[in-house]
Design a protein around this ligand. Structure first.
Ligand code: 8P5
Length: 452
């Protein structure tokens, strides 16, 4: 019988969501539109034309949802603030009703013994700022620092763990290079500029925090280990390029103050000369890095644009609705790589989970209890939390785990077609039903991981 895993004292067990994906009511109480309000209401941009107009109706059901988190035994809850609720034009005028919504949510979390972990930017830029160039405008660093400072002054102390950006890679690869995400641009020239300004904004927000805040702040990145599909020179070079493009493009400037050299190769003539002082702004001391892990990339050379590298579909991708391979060892490898490359900055797993082929609706058991049998999700979670334990045993300073996601929710351009939640949401009735995986996760939290 293998030893029950022992997680460090203080290891934080929680779950994660994002404003646009769960809140609904995007324009309520004086809120301004975001680029996702616009994008989703643009015909053809999202599956079935799905929008965030209702989502999980969390803007109205937030108090019941906090009760649900308490009943599940969550110790922490990672959520994001919709910038345009607080600053409808992105800068200047504060919409007090919007700020009050997040203040009440934080107080309710604290009253229920749940630590808030607040993400300032989870992809929903105020549309008014997109009209001024959005992330392509170098002023975006000042806009973001102004918004962040409003939030720090209002909530710091009640919120003690802040995140500047969620996944700058997805924002630029999806929103500026391939156009699959808001604001839907397709430009090899815009992508590095947006990417660079996002990182300048990250640095400006951290710098502002050091003036105003008294607790912890970090950056969240989605990274995935890249393994060469063969030992051919072409595949090995392509794998190195893919690794630099996804895994080093943001962590290198944030923690080392420079870009990986492969990016010049990826972007070619579209790769600008960066002002040196930008890296002094971007590279700020971080109290932690959040890592969002879903899968690995078995990588081969191909003629894809502009990376000339792509992932080879793996057999264990079959079980997930997203086609992402079920590969927990990739998380251990990734965490060990992070420590070897960037040192001992503390790490939180700020997202991990899967959209498995869940039953489409909750069944009602003989005892009248709603039930969703999701054994594949429980297997995925068990093995990935086990992989984190292996990394901790290897000396990586992992401080917590935020399961993606608390609720089934709006999966961006894929609409409501992918169910990542440990709690099932019936979108017609807004009925929440904890899945079997949620009950299992409650046991993991109660036993501090020993029941894994
Ligand atoms: N091949 N492949 N590779 C997997 C690439 C994953 C990139 N997408 C993410 O990390 C997003 C993150 C986002 O924060 C959340 O808002 C999304 O709902 C989840 C689920 O999609 C994840």
């Amino acid at each position: 019988m293998s030893q029950a895993p022992v997680f460090p004292d203080g290891f934080l067990w929680g779950a994660a969501t994002a404003a646009h994906q769960i809140e609904g009511s995007p324009l309520a109480d004086g809120a301004g539109p975001s680029i996702w309000t616009r994008f989703a209401h643009t015909p053809g941009m999202t599956l079935n034309g799905d929008t965030g107009d209702v989502a999980c109706d969390h803007y109205r059901r937030w108090k019941d949802d906090v009760k649900l988190m308490r009943d599940l035994g969550l110790q922490a809850y990672r959520f994001s603030v919709a910038w345009a609720r607080v600053l409808p034009e992105g800068t200047g005028r504060i919409n007090q009703a919007g700020l009050d919504f997040y203040s009440r949510l934080v107080d309710e979390l604290l009253a229920n013994g749940i630590e808030p972990l607040l993400t300032l930017y989870h992809w929903d830029l105020p549309a008014a700022l997109d009209d001024r160039g959005g992330w392509l405008n170098r002023d975006s660093a000042d806009w973001f620092a102004e918004y962040a400072s409003v939030m720090y002054k209002a909530l710091d102390g009640r919120v003690k763990k802040w995140v500047t950006l969620n996944e700058p890679w997805v924002i630029t690869d999806g929103g500026y290079l391939h156009g699959a995400l808001a604001p839907g641009h397709r430009s090899l020239f815009e992508a590095p500029i947006a990417s660079h300004n996002l990182m300048r904004a990250h640095g400006a927000a951290v710098r502002a925090y050091r003036e105003i805040g008294a607790h912890e702040i970090g950056l969240v990145v989605n990274i995935e280990p890249k393994y060469a599909a063969s030992d051919s020179e072409a595949d090995r070079v392509a794998t190195r390029r893919a690794h630099a493009y996804m895994n080093e493009q943001y962590l290198h400037p944030a923690l080392l103050g420079r870009y990986p050299e492969e990016l010049e190769d990826v972007f070619g003539a579209a790769w600008p000369e960066w002002p040196k002082q930008d890296f002094e702004l971007i590279r700020q001391k971080l109290d932690f890095v959040g890592i969002n892990y879903y899968t690995r990339g078995v990588t081969e050379a191909n003629d894809s644009y502009p990376l000339k590298a792509g992932s080879v579909r793996q057999p264990l991708a079959t079980y997930s609705e997203t086609g992402w391979e079920f590969y927990p060892k990739g998380l251990t490898d990734l965490l060990v790589w992070f420590k070897q490359t960037y040192g001992d900055t503390p790490v939180y797993i700020t997202e991990n989970g899967a959209a498995m082929y869940d039953p489409p609706a909750a069944e009602v058991d003989a005892d009248g209890r709603g039930r969703v049998r999701d054994p594949l999700r429980t297997a995925y979670l068990r093995q990935h939390i086990g992989a984190i334990h292996d990394a901790i045993q290897a000396g990586v300073d992992v401080r917590g785990y935020m399961l993606w996601s608390l609720l089934d929710n709006l999966e961006w351009s894929l609409g409501y077609s992918k169910r990542f939640g440990m709690v099932h949401v019936n979108y017609a009735t807004q009925q929440r039903t904890p899945k079997d995986s949620a009950h299992w996760y409650s046991g993991v939290i109660r036993s501090h991981g020993r029941s894994l």
